[in-house]
Design a protein around this ligand. Sequence first.
Ligand SMILES: O=P(O)(O)OC[C@@H](O)[C@@H](O)c1c[nH]c2ccccc12
Length: 277
Amino acid sequence: MALRFQQHPGLVAYLTAGDAGLSPGTPVATAGSHVPAHLVVTREIALAAIDAGADVIELGVPFSDPLADGPVIQRASERSLARGIRLRDVLALAKELRQARPNAGLVIFTYVNPVLRFGLKAFADAAAESGADGVLLTDMIVEEASEYIAEMNRVDLAPIFLAAPTSPEERLKAIAAHSKGFIYAISRTGVTGKRQELAADAAALVERIRRWSKLPVAVGFGISHADHVAEVGRFADAAVIGSAIVELIERSTEEQAPGVVARFIEGLRQLHPAQAL
Ligand SMILES: O=P(O)(O)OC[C@@H](O)[C@@H](O)c1c[nH]c2ccccc12
């Protein structure tokens, strides 16, 4: 399966794997599943998100030192780590999602450190075996990524890189040369999190990326409602939504979370009549 956006704009949903919100609840039934109970909740949320129209799921691996993550995703990461969720569990989850939804885009989303601890080669093999389409290591700098890129190419996984408004032209060129699937344009510098307004820098960055690459460009950071998604659709191929979804999960019980997330995602492509013109 290749990473593809079926609709315009495409939607990429970020989930912290293993985060089932604050409610301890009773873990949902694990029958037939080989992943830890709390990942079963993430699986149900991911399936609901896909069925509601998310083209790609970013499966976030919880990490203790998540430098680019804002408070909402940091809290999700802490909850998931407290439940003992590790990289190998997230790969097992990816495998189940791939089996359940053969056409969904799946990206393993983590940092350099957990991958090096796992072993780069072993990670590449396991990620490919899980059926994921791509990998995004948020702190991997393209200029230092030759070994990583070679491994991704060996197992036919798309390496996805982050481009920022502050990225110099040479870096954008290198990102364009080595990326597959799509390029992730960060709408502004700083950390993840919901904002009122979409950053003005985003359109200019996408334009700069398009000079070097024909790949689809997804814009993320601060996108939380349908107006933002529509705006992104004017100049980019897809919108990434993270904190807004993770916050809804935080406020829901495990039973509610899949439905709450599905309704939110369905709403992201629905414009008010005045804006639909
Ligand atoms: O949360 P936001 O503002 O909607 O942004 C997406 C983002 O959460 C997700 O892609 C992401 C989670 N952690 C990251 C670290 C770096 C870059 C991106 C991310």
